[in-house]
Design a protein around this ligand. Structure first.
Ligand SMILES: C[S@@+](CC[C@H](N)C(=O)[O-])C[C@H]1O[C@@H](n2cnc3c(N)ncnc32)[C@H](O)[C@@H]1O
Length: 303
């Protein structure tokens, strides 16, 4: 296994570990961006939709139920098999499981998945699979719509992911991406940073959220280099309605702070949580009218 493969394996492991927590706590918080993205790419008008880095697929359930047109097909994927397992389970427990109007198949992981040609009809077809955004298993020009909510800034090589997005989308198709925006607008991360500072532990670049694509010019250029025409480019605020326990658990669970947290003595770890709790209550607790938030950059493009 080369260095890149081993890094990828670590990343998959980290998302697998976080998947249940993400499903319980974060998925509904990422919906603000996700539902907007489905609207912005006009997924309701699309016949063949590809969503990558889908996570546990809460937004997929809303799309299938509320906006997906009859006769359309929707392929979603994630490189974390645990995320796709959660989606499959969610689907099996949903109202669609026994519906004749939606047909679902969880496709085995493969390097070559034949995307069907959408047919006129009343049935909505839904497929999920485990796939890496940087090497999609689908044929060229298979989709008229492609979405990636909060995934592009996480991959090893965003250029590779974008060239795959370009490859699987038909000429004239619409693509939508959201990424983490400007560093100074990532309000939700300030509490853990300030708590580490108060216990005297230094943080560095490795602990910062991935904002490297959060500048409009940087993202626009990457999309253009991949061959896409940018149609809309804008910032949006997303709020997070977590309680303090969830916010702390999330902060120390991500790869940003996991190692730093695990290296703390028991005493320092307890102190960190106390300080985190105090700051969180001051800024976002019962006496504050402000929920925590992050800023995302949204790009809508055309092939
Ligand atoms: C922040 S979550 C967003 C999930 C979902 N789109 C949402 O809005 O809730 C990022 C997702 O991207 C997935 N991911 C990260 N890198 C990936 C890659 N290279 N290929 C496929 N999925 C990836 C993770 O497993 C995770 O489910």
């Amino acid at each position: 296994m080369n260095a890149e493969e081993s890094k990828k394996e670590q990343m998959v492991l980290s998302w697998n570990t976080m998947a249940d927590f993400y499903d319980r706590t974060l998925a509904e918080n990422s919906l603000q961006a996700s539902v907007m993205l489905f609207a912005a790419v006009r997924a309701r008008d699309a016949k063949s939709i590809c969503e990558v880095g889908v996570g546990p697929g809460l937004s997929s359930m809303i799309f299938i139920s509320a906006y997906m047109q009859n006769g359309a097909q929707y392929y979603n994927s994630d490189f974390s098999e645990k995320m796709i397992e959660i989606f499959a389970k969610k689907y099996a427990q949903s109202e669609f499981a026994n519906s004749s109007e939606v047909k679902y198949e969880n496709l085995p992981q493969s390097s070559n998945i034949e995307v069907s040609t959408p047919e006129e009809g009343t049935v909505k077809k839904v497929y999920s699979t485990v796939a890496d955004n940087e090497a999609l298993p689908y044929s060229d020009d298979a989709f008229d719509c492609y979405l990636a909510n909060l995934s592009l800034m996480l991959v090893n090589d965003p250029n590779k992911m974008l060239s795959e997005a370009y490859r699987v989308t038909q000429k004239g198709g619409t693509l939508g991406f959201t990424v983490i925006g400007n560093p100074e607008k990532q309000v939700m991360w300030t509490v853990i940073f300030d708590a580490f500072k108060e216990i005297g532990v230094k943080t560095d670049e490795k602990n910062k959220p991935p904002t490297h694509l959060g500048d409009k010019e940087v993202l626009k250029e990457k999309l253009e280099v991949a061959g896409l025409t940018v149609k809309k480019l804008f910032y949006t605020t997303s709020n997070f309605f977590m309680n303090v326990e969830e916010a702390f658990a999330f902060s120390i669970m991500t790869h940003l702070f996991k190692n730093l947290y695990e290296a703390l003595s028991e005493e320092k770890a307890t102190k960190l949580k106390e300080i985190f709790t105090r700051i969180w209550h001051e800024r976002f607790g019962d006496d504050s009218l402000t929920p925590t938030s992050a800023e995302f950059l949204v790009a809508i493009a055309e092939k």
